[in-house]
Write a protein that binds this ligand. Structure first.
Ligand code: CIR
Length: 260
């Protein structure tokens, strides 16, 4: 298998509920501002639409503060989808809500049954394989079950480590072109990146690593000017987007959509 893993026609997002300001965060820091959070989500959906994707925005789920981060509860591909088992107990119930939407779009819907866990934020798709990062949310049992399900859809999976203190594998890295990864220094030597070019986030800009590439355009947080300059110097088209509020609840740009 070799295809551009960032060529998408569809995205599935979920509007933030007022409860989103209570989303999980590791540092017990302040709540985000709800109006600002909604504005960031709106800008994100608008950018995906401008890039040509058909975006469906599901209604908010007030019982699930983190449900706007649809990326974590499923994996979606052109030939099928996989329902995951998110590792945070407060997020487990999000899966049944996404199921109904995915059935509409994906005839082939596979499902993790446990006992392990995997979050979509730990899954990085490359042209020829998928990397599953082990993290506080994705355990080895879950990663191995998921690797088997990916195999059924024709995708080869490799399991990698996520550095301590990094929430999800993709919190620390993202694809910026078909064979180049932007990664925080702690992930730059990841053995599963062998054969790819790895460029490191500039000093002080680790949080820029959670980029989202949509075909020729890389969505990147708007405050990371050194990262913008570095990507521009490589001839990469960038689309800066505001992320200050979602950053309060440990999220970045990949988290807010499922894409296929
Ligand atoms: C969480 O901790 O689950 C949310 N507050 C943030 C999820 C971010 N998702 C992602 O990195 N894929």
């Amino acid at each position: 298998m070799s295809r551009d893993p960032t060529r998408f026609t569809h995205a599935l997002c979920r509007a933030p509920a007022p409860s989103a300001i209570h989303g999980i965060r590791a540092d017990h820091g302040p709540d985000p501002d709800f109006t600002g959070l909604v504005a960031e989500h709106d800008a994100y959906v608008g950018a995906l639409r401008e890039l040509g994707l058909a975006v469906e925005v599901l209604p908010p789920l007030d019982d699930f503060p983190d449900a706007l981060f649809t990326e974590d509860v499923a994996l979606t591909f052109p030939n099928g989808a996989i329902l995951l088992r998110p590792g945070a107990p407060s997020r487990a119930g999000e899966v049944r809500h996404i199921r109904a939407s995915l059935i509409v779009h994906h005839k082939r819907l596979l499902e993790m049954t446990g006992p392990g866990y995997a979050d979509g934020g730990d899954i990085l798709r490359l042209a020829d394989r998928v990397i599953i990062g082990l993290s506080a949310r994705t355990d080895r049992t879950g990663a191995e079950e998921l690797a088997g399900l990916l195999g059924k859809l024709g995708y080869r999976a490799e399991i990698a480590d996520t550095p301590p203190g990094v929430l999800h594998f993709k919190t620390g890295c993202g694809l910026i072109d078909e064979r180049t990864i932007l990664a925080v220094p702690a992930l730059a030597d990841c053995p599963q990146f062998t054969g790819l070019e790895v460029v490191q986030t500039p000093s002080g800009e680790d949080a820029a690593a959670n980029v989202l590439r949509i075909e020729g355009t890389v969505l990147v947080g708007d405050r990371w000017s050194a990262t913008h300059a570095m990507l521009a110097a490589r001839g990469i088209a960038i689309r800066p987007l505001p992320t200050d509020q979602i950053a309060h609840i440990d999220a970045g740009l990949s988290c807010m959509s499922l894409r296929w």
